[in-house]
Design a protein around this ligand. Sequence first.
Ligand SMILES: [Zn+2]
Length: 110
Amino acid sequence: MTGSVIVRTGHEVVDDRIVHNDHAISWEEADKRAGFRLDRRKSWAFIPDTDNLGEPELCSMVTFSLSCCDCTDEDPYRAGAKGWGCSACGYTGRSRQCYFVPHIHAGDPA
Ligand SMILES: [Zn+2]
C-alpha cells in the first residue's frame, strides 16, 4: 500500500453520517510540519488538537481485522475469532478496520 498524508480540519454530519474534512498535502509540507521525514509507505494524518486534550496532532493509520459483528456473537477481539459469514463481511467472517492513532516519534536511532 502506498502511503498518503492528509490534514483533517474537522467534520460535518451529513445524513447522520460523519464526513471528515480531509485534504491532501505534499510530503514536503508534511515533513516540515512533523519535524522529521515521514515514512512514505504509511498513511498519515495531521489532526489538530482542537479540544486541547494535549494529543499530538500527527497520527498514523493502523489497520487490523476482527470478526464480523453481524455474524457472530462471540468477543470480536478474541484472537482468531471469526463469524460464519454474511453479506456485510463478504462471507469472510472478518471485517477490516482502520483508525488513525496518535503517533509518538521515537527519534532517529542513535
Ligand atoms: Zn459477517
